[in-house]
Design a protein around this ligand. Structure first.
Ligand SMILES: Cc1ncc(C[n+]2csc(CCOP(=O)(O)OP(=O)(O)O)c2C)c(N)n1
Length: 360
């Protein structure tokens, strides 16, 4: 398994540290803290009944930054636990919270469940509820880029449970055969809702599945952001050079519940997440930055204050923003709305409406 940092954040003997500028190292830490703060705050909002649903990625944040080596023109196909990938590419706190509320400013106009972000302007394709959907999509996008003579790369994220779906095998096979420029990032976080990693596969590792599809499979410590970036960089370079796909197994752990609708205490031992908290990716990276003289307690407090204030401000605005206008239901599919949909829209708008709680 590839590692750069030890559990306490010191560079392991013989490990090569990826070439990342000091500014970027600090920006990566800042972004990881944003994900952490966001998850904690949004989960509280969900418990207050103000959000219908939420999913955290606590303990898995380092895996999100596999997107670090990508260019803005490359494509990202996320699953639902890669908030940091969105933020790193420029998705704002406002976009994030408006999507969760499904309000008038939501980039997808309230048409998706909370946590189903997408950002067309950042080349991030919509999160899908059925697990695995994104895998053949990512392979298709990568293959299409090659046919078009571009050197764009497609990166797709999924959990280890998703490697049991047909989509995983179809996508891996086609990518292997077509040498599509795809980086598969499998976040092995130990659990697929209540199904443990051991019940998911008879293979020793998820990375070993790459062998059957004729591509390299690399295991990396998913709680070590430097190692994640290093293997991602190698896989992206390989894909861009026309050498085909790579499967990365990022070994980490889902410390929280699967989602706000799940209660892990009924199926797993509480000592397991406690054990993994000792290998927390944020702590490890913090210690590394401290050793390099890039971290102070005050600097971290400032970052946390900045994120907390920004989230609170956006949340107040998002709370006040009403739902998308009803007529928006008819937009975005056809350039010109066909007559029968125009009729339906006009009929709908002529009907009496229940007052929205946002209309005072
Ligand atoms: C095709 C399909 N089957 C089942 C589900 C229900 N489901 C949602 S998430 C999930 C577990 C996915 O686990 P994994 O891929 O390991 O990702 P993780 O949640 O651990 O990040 C399941 C079974 C679904 N959404 N889609």
């Amino acid at each position: 398994m590839r590692r750069v940092l030890s559990d306490d954040g010191t560079v392991l003997p013989g490990a090569k540290v990826p070439d990342i500028s000091d500014d970027d190292l600090v920006a990566l830490f800042d972004s990881m803290l944003l994900v952490r703060v966001m998850d904690e705050r949004m989960m509280r909002l969900q418990r207050q009944g103000r959000l219908g649903f939420y999913m955290t990625s606590i303990g898995e944040e380092a895996t999100h930054y596999a997107v670090y080596p990508l260019r803005p023109t490359d494509w990202v196909f996320p699953s639902y636990r890669e908030q940091g990938a969105f933020f790193w590419r420029g998705y704002s706190i406002q976009n994030y919270i408006d999507q969760l509320y499904g309000n008038a400013n939501d980039p997808v106009k309230g048409r998706q469940m909370p946590v189903h972000h997408s950002a067309r302007w950042l080349n991030i394709v919509s999160i899908s509820s059925p697990v695995g959907t994104q895998i053949p999509q990512a392979v298709g996008a990568g293959w299409a880029a090659r046919i078009a003579g571009k050197d764009d790369v497609s990166m797709v994220f999924f959990g280890e449970g998703t490697s049991s779906t047909g989509e995983f095998h179809v996508g891996m096979n086609f990518a292997g055969v077509s040498k599509a420029p795809v980086v598969f990032v499998c976040r092995n976080n130990g659990w697929a809702i209540s199904t443990s990693r051991e019940k998911q596969t008879a293979a020793k590792t998820f990375a070993s599945k790459a062998v059957g599809y004729g591509m390299p499979g690399i295991r990396v410590d998913g709680n070590d952001i430097l190692a994640v970036i290093q293997v991602a960089q190698e896989a992206v370079d390989r894909a861009r050079a026309g050498d085909g796909p790579t499967l990365i197994e990022a070994c980490t752990y889902r410390r929280g519940a699967h989602s706000s609708s799940d209660d892990p205490s009924v199926y797993r031992d509480a000592r397991e997440p406690e054990e993994w908290a000792r290998r927390d990716p944020v702590n490890r990276f913090r210690n590394y930055l401290k050793e390099r003289g890039l971290w102070t307690e005050q600097a971290e407090r400032d970052i946390l204050d900045k994120h907390n204030e920004a989230i609170a401000k956006v949340q107040r605005e998002s709370d006040r923003t009403g739902p998308p206008p009803l007529e928006s239901l008819f937009e975005d599919v056809y350039e010109t709305i066909p007559w029968h949909l125009r009729e339906q829209r006009d009929w709908l708008l002529s009907q009496p409406r229940v007052k929205s709680p946002h209309q005072h």
